[in-house]
Design a protein around this ligand. Structure first.
Ligand SMILES: Nc1nc2c(ncn2[C@@H]2O[C@H](COP(=O)(O)OP(=O)(O)OP(=O)(O)O)[C@@H](O)[C@H]2O)c(=O)[nH]1
Ligand SMILES: [Mg+2]
Length: 195
């Protein structure tokens, strides 16, 4: 299903987005691989723009899997090399989006498997909880983790950090680069898009 995704819209204006049936949201710090994950999910090379320079995705990018069913790439948070005002403006867009969109089914917070979650990710998780927005966590860049640190270790540690259950349905471990570990995440996303 996800391989049918096409680019739909790029905007910084939440109100300019039409109604949808179901949306899943990819969120996380700048440079953790959000856009790469979207490409890996949809089996595309260049659907979402990827960059070595953090802060590449500066607007809300919407990909349509089928009529009204969206995967949404949000700008990364915590990017240091922009002005305070610009960072504030991004955070406002992210917040506004997450609060306003009634059809959002799930937020996936992407973290770097090697670095682990940061204070910014905990803030995000707390904020989402406060507004009753459901979220799950995806540890990306598992290819950078030493071989002896298995996927299940990455998952357990990530779950511990976020103080959530170490549950395969809540924590995912992937490598967008190697396109590894996506089966469960894909199934999860499709389930929400069809719900
Ligand atoms: N080693 C490794 N590198 C990855 C992986 N996924 C993404 N990258 C690299 O990480 C960098 C950032 O990737 P993006 O997909 O642009 O990250 P992003 O989170 O969309 O970044 P912003 O749009 O700036 O917030 C690029 O150099 C990618 O090639 C992965 O699984 N493993
Ligand atoms: Mg991006």
């Amino acid at each position: 299903m996800l391989e049918r995704a096409v680019f739909f819209k790029s905007t910084m204006e939440v109100n300019s987005l039409p109604e949808s049936l179901a949306e899943v949201i990819i969120s996380g710090r700048s440079n953790v691989g959000k856009s790469s994950i979207i490409n890996a999910l949809c089996l595309k090379k260049n659907l979402a723009r990827i960059s070595k320079t953090p802060g590449r995705t500066r607007s809300i990018n919407v990909y349509s899997v089928s009529m009204g069913k969206w995967i949404v790439d949000l700008p990364g948070y915590g990017f240091a090399r922009v002005s305070k005002e610009e960072r504030k403006a991004w955070n406002k867009i992210i917040e506004k989006y997450l609060i306003q969109r009634n059809s959002r089914k799930m937020v996936y917070i992407i973290v770097d498997a090697l670095v682990g979650p940061t204070e910014l990710d905990f803030n995000m998780a707390d904020w989402l909880s406060k507004f009753n927005v459901p979220f799950k966590i995806v540890a990306n860049k598992c290819d950078k983790v030493p071989k002896n640190v298995t996927e299940s270790v990455v998952r357990t540690k990530t779950a511990e950090y976020f103080a959530v259950a170490d549950d395969r349905s809540k924590i995912f471990a992937v490598s967008a680069k190697k396109r590894d570990g996506f089966a469960e995440l894909k199934t999860d996303i499709v389930k929400f898009l069809n719900s």
